[in-house]
Design a protein around this ligand. Structure first.
Ligand code: MG
Length: 375
């Protein structure tokens, strides 16, 4: 049974939205949001929106994402029924290897359309609305820690209680100093987490992490290189604080291997890594079967991809560690949505309404365009 809608046109936009500050990570600095925005338009006049937010040091490049979407996937989508999401995703996975962010953008746009057609929100299409909101984590990643302290104080006043300190990009002493300072100011009410973004050498990782454990972090994320999975498993085995795998788990295959070697206590779920919301739910199912927790991670994204992430997290059977969809509220100089991404009182609110429940402002795409839109 087909819907009465056909994909008529596909447009691909490249935007760069400047950040309010440089954010430093174990694998490099980021000064803005490089996003590829996908517009899937039906012959019935509906528009589904999708976003790919690649990071060259982590998932891929914007140029590669544009080519995957426009050159390689677009010809197979024109004239097709948008609601047959699994069929299109299976085809996309067969047509283009890798490029999980491009596939995430495609699935996002198709689910947005399917939601508009059915009157259901995306979280309902993939399982149901298990929660309406979740705690928001902000990443302390400014090389100028004084500026971070000002930002944290402002966010604390707004109700944010979760802070993820990006470590391993400067010195071990700098990391210890920042943790001591934040724990000293905010006490036990602060939920402090640590993310090395692969920044520790495996041979010395255990000793460095043990030093930081004095400040009672909730978890330590990705201390070693993405492919050093055995080292990560060893660290998770000997360190008492929960260890999270982020760069080491993209999709279901890494998740399955990760479970087999007990690589971590937590997996970071990201639609950009797994190639969509539904594949991320598959990763979460593998984790859940093994007693591994999941967490709502993101790349450098606009509010559009954050909305997809919020729908993913809303549909999970359990969520204890909340999410980090802070970019559009606290990092980007401006967002591309017609309404602000819903963050209130330190919590992310899952958008309501059919589909993703958010819409892109075309004027913002034009303002931050990096190239002429394709299509
Ligand atoms: Mg991370």
């Amino acid at each position: 049974m087909m819907s009465d809608h056909k994909i008529d046109r596909i447009r691909v936009h490249r935007v760069l939205i400047p950040g309010k500050a440089v954010h430093s990570h174990g694998i490099g600095d980021v000064a803005g949001i490089h996003a590829v925005i996908l517009e899937v338009i039906t012959d019935t006049g509906l528009t589904g929106w999708g976003e790919a937010s690649p990071w060259p040091a982590f998932t891929g490049t914007a140029e590669g994402t544009v080519a995957a979407l426009y050159t390689y996937l677009r010809p197979h989508l024109i004239g097709q029924d948008p609601v047959q999401v699994e069929r299109h995703m299976r085809d996309a996975e067969a047509l283009v290897v890798g490029h999980p962010e491009a596939k995430a953008a495609l699935e996002m746009a198709l689910l947005d359309l399917t939601g508009q057609i059915s009157g259901l929100s995306v979280c309902e299409l993939v399982g149901g609305r298990m929660r309406d909101d979740m705690g928001l984590s902000f990443s302390v990643a400014n090389p100028d820690f004084g500026k971070d302290l000002e930002d944290v104080a402002a966010m604390w006043a707004e109700g944010v209680r979760i802070f993820k300190i990006k470590t391993g990009f400067k010195s071990h002493g700098f990391d210890l100093m920042r943790l001591e300072k934040l724990r000293g100011i905010y006490g036990a009410e602060a939920d402090l987490r640590i993310d090395y973004n692969q920044g520790l050498p495996a041979y010395d990782a255990v000793r460095c992490i043990r030093d930081l454990e004095a400040f009672r972090p909730t978890f330590v994320e990705q201390p070693v290189k993405m492919h050093e999975r055995d080292a990560l498993a060893h660290i998770a085995h000997v360190i008492e604080t929960p260890i999270m795998a982020d760069e080491s788990v993209f999709g279901v295959r890494e998740a399955l291997h990760g479970v087999q070697i007990r690589m971590a206590d937590i997996f970071s779920l990201k639609v950009m890594k797994s190639g969509g919301i539904r594949r991320a739910l598959e990763v979460s199912a593998i984790a859940r079967a093994a007693g591994i927790e999941v967490y709502g991670g993101c790349m450098f994204e606009t509010g559009l991809a954050h909305a997809a992430g919020a729908h993913l997290m809303a549909a999970l059977p359990e969520l204890r560690l909340d999410c980090e969809f802070y970019m559009s509220t606290y990092y980007a100089s401006e967002d591309i949505l017609t309404e602000p991404f819903p963050v209130r009182g330190g919590r992310v609110h899952v958008p309501e309404g059919p589909g993703l429940g958010v819409a892109v402002d075309p004027a913002m795409l034009a303002k931050y365009a990096q190239a002429e839109a394709l299509g």
